[in-house]
Design a protein around this ligand. Sequence first.
Ligand SMILES: [Zn+2]
Ligand SMILES: [Zn+2]
Length: 136
Amino acid sequence: MDNATQLQTSGIEPTDKRVTIFSHFVDSPTPLSATQLIKLMKDKRVHRSTVFRAVKLFEEKQLIKRIDFAEGESRFEIANLPHHHHAVCRTCGGIELIDDCITDRIQKNIKKRLGFSTVDHSLTLFGVCKKCKDLV
Ligand SMILES: [Zn+2]
Ligand SMILES: [Zn+2]
């Protein structure tokens, strides 16, 4: 399914601007904030309020997922990526994707002991990346 079709399927009218904004999320190897997105869009004459509105709309329609790395601004990534987590470098802000998951047992415990259902989780690891570590 191409990006325009995917917007359409979610009930979003696929205007050129929306498709371009959505493509940035699809193509980005790491989650993007609206501010980063605006920087990427700079020469395309898209107003920042258009970007903010599109991001809000994509989130409402669950095409993108909000992630908070405690940077003061949320980031977003494509919602239907395979389950993964992020490692964030405290020095350069670089982000790596991790496909390990360490909390299955915890989820099972929450279901069993506390009676929770449909348990989901988010997990972000913070550290110093290899590149930054080697600079010291
Ligand atoms: Zn780093
Ligand atoms: Zn996980």
